[in-house]
Ligand binder design. Structure first.
Ligand SMILES: Nc1nc2c(ncn2[C@@H]2O[C@H](COP(=O)(O)OP(=O)(O)OP(=O)(O)O)[C@@H](O)[C@H]2O)c(=O)[nH]1
Ligand SMILES: [Mg+2]
Ligand SMILES: [Zn+2]
Length: 368
């Protein structure tokens, strides 16, 4: 777009900015080129660069230097790449992220899984069916608020719901400051309400359980059947995932949209402040508790329990917050142990390297 920097032209369509280009100067001088991860799944990482799409090779040195799984590249990431020819490139660096949605995944090495990064808006998709799960939504919201992106709660399949206002009221009671959009990807009703979020260069990510309609929304916004959607009646195939990779698409208006496979579990991962934001209603009530460290259990003068007694606050919401706080505390404990171990390992390596250097220097003839 800018004639003075022709080499970044195609990158701007992926969300590259003059600020990112300026910060990349040293890496560029070193022979690196920027690229954005557009697909991650089945053990493969693909990126687009100004020149061509490439398969990203993550070398062992990079893995060793990473301090944790959250340092690994994910869809949406901007990378410094070293072109290797033949359509592949080596990963040199994952560039600083403006946001990152990270969940705890017991199956994943190290426990953390970076789901999507550099996202401006996360669309937390639920279906207006009997599968709608408020407790799950609270988890998604805690992680979304802590990701640094703005969450929007998308209630899809409005065409299947008999009493939309009642369901929306239930949802509104647990989502705090997040906006709610009701739509039907199948009929197209309500899709236009997403338009203001789709400005050129902005990145959005669709997150939510399998079968809620993320890929159907993707296709509707693309105006093309690019993503496979489930063919059979959804109830018969619960737990089966249709989408298997996380992919970034360019929408006709220039926004970027990430479609992800439904997640079976979304364990919390360092959601700290995100958890507080997600339970902003409880935090606000807690400000009036007599004791500042009130746990809202048996303490006298507890404004939170008083709100539950009067029906202002749902008992299940308070219970849910307690459960998530406990989970959070155990994640934090585990992470600090893992971090201490990683630091020990790094320190050990440093000492070994220093000893080797010293031995080499001693072995050298004098004067060199
Ligand atoms: N009635 C109705 N069905 C919908 C709507 N949106 C999606 N569906 C159907 O719901 C099923 C699941 O949709 P997908 O788009 O594959 O769901 P997904 O969230 O991408 O699922 P995963 O890829 O497994 O995570 C498909 O059969 C869709 O046709 C809608 O607004 N109304
Ligand atoms: Mg899908
Ligand atoms: Zn209290």
């Amino acid at each position: 777009m800018d004639a003075k920097t022709p080499q970044t032209g195609p990158l701007e369509g992926l969300g590259w900015s003059p600020e990112r280009e300026a910060a990349f100067a040293t890496l560029r001088a070193d022979g690196s080129i920027p690229g954005r991860v557009v697909s991650h799944g089945r053990g493969q990482l693909r990126a687009e660069t100004a020149v061509e799409p490439v398969l990203v090779i993550v070398q062992r040195g990079f893995r060793r230097a990473a301090s944790g799984p959250e340092d690994h590249p994910a869809v949406g990431d901007w990378l410094a790449l070293e072109p290797l020819g033949g359509g592949s490139a080596a990963l040199r660096e994952v560039l600083p992220r403006s946001s990152a949605f990270i969940r705890h995944d017991a199956a994943e090495n190290g426990g953390a899984q970076v789901v999507a990064t550099n996202v401006d808006t996360v669309l937390l998709v639920s279906a207006l069916t009997r599968d709608l799960n408020l407790r799950r939504l609270e988890r998604y919201l805690a992680l979304a608020w802590s990701s640094g992106a703005e969450p929007i709660v998308v209630l899809n399949k409005a065409d299947l719901c008999d009493d939309v206002p009642a369901r929306v009221a239930e949802v509104a009671a647990v989502v705090g400051d997040a906006r709610i959009l009701v739509l039907s990807a199948r009929t197209g009703i309500g899709l236009d309400r997403l338009q203001p979020e789709l400005a050129a260069g902005r990145t959005l990510a669709l997150l939510g359980s399998s079968g809620v309609g993320k890929s159907t929304i993707t296709n509707a916004l693309l105006g093309a059947e690019r993503q496979l959607v489930r063919e059979v009646r959804e109830d018969d195939q619960r737990g089966r995932h249709t989408t298997s990779a996380r992919e970034l698409f360019r929408l006709p208006g220039g926004a970027l949209l990430i479609d992800t496979p439904g997640m079976r579990s979304i364990g919390l991962w360092e959601a700290g402040e995100g958890l507080e934001t997600a339970f902003g209603d409880v935090e606000a009530l807690a400000a009036s508790c007599r004791f500042s460290d009130c746990r809202h259990e048996v303490e006298p003068g507890c404004a939170v329990r008083a709100a539950v007694a009067s029906g202002e606050l749902g008992e299940d919401r308070l219970e849910s917050r307690r459960k998530l706080m406990r989970e959070m505390a155990s994640v934090e404990r585990r992470n600090s142990v893992a971090q201490a171990r990683a630091e020990n390992r790094r320190f050990g390596r440093m000492i070994r390297d220093a000893c080797r250097t010293q031995a080499r220097l001693r072995g050298r003839p004098e004067g060199e």
